[in-house]
Design a protein around this ligand. Structure first.
Ligand code: FES
Length: 170
């Protein structure tokens, strides 16, 4: 799909979502943003502006809400989403070092997406698998007792298109 066609498709999807929230009611802001993110996977600037116009509030107000709640993403996620748990158990056992490795290896800070759109890196709170600490989640799959070495292997596998190595379930 060309960028213009993609933008047109996004506009049409936004229009359809906005139509579910008639009446410019400000209490619709959070469910509206949730719906948009559910559909687009993040909140692009176009969506922020459209939501603001639709509800009769400023874009700054919408940005304020979107950045206040960490459920919302303002950056398009990468094809592979890597989340490092920074809950207490994972932190104590070295998740900060894993995060450092990932940031250095991917050339992107937590909260960002690599330029090629392949990887996004996030920090998350306890994933509920503390017995497997430190835990890294990749594309929704838990990887437990991750070491620098297993992390390097995991990244290598993802780059080769086989991101399911070394996975575990909580
Ligand atoms: S602290 Fe990481 S899974 Fe609980």
């Amino acid at each position: 799909m060309t960028p213009a066609a993609s933008s047109q498709a996004t506009t049409e999807r936004l229009t359809a979502i906005l139509a579910r929230y008639p009446g410019a009611r400000r209490e619709h802001l959070i469910p509206l943003l949730q719906d948009i993110q559910g559909e687009l996977d993040y909140l692009p600037a176009e969506a922020i502006d459209a939501a603001a116009r639709h509800l009769g509030v400023t874009a700054a107000k919408v940005y304020g809400v979107a950045t206040f709640y960490n459920q919302f993403r303002l950056i398009k996620p990468g094809r592979h989403r890597i989340a490092v748990c920074r809950g207490t158990a994972c932190h104590v056992i070295g998740s900060a070092t894993l995060l450092d490795h990932l940031e250095a290896e991917l050339g992107v800070k937590a909260g960002g997406t690599t330029r090629d759109g392949e990887f996004s890196l996030e920090i998350v709170a306890c994933l509920g698998a503390c017995s497997m600490a430190p835990v890294v989640m990749v594309d929704g799959t838990f990887h437990g007792r991750v070491t620098a070495k297993s992390l390097a292997r995991l990244l290598r596998d993802l780059r080769r298109g086989a991101g399911h190595a070394a996975e575990a379930t909580p």
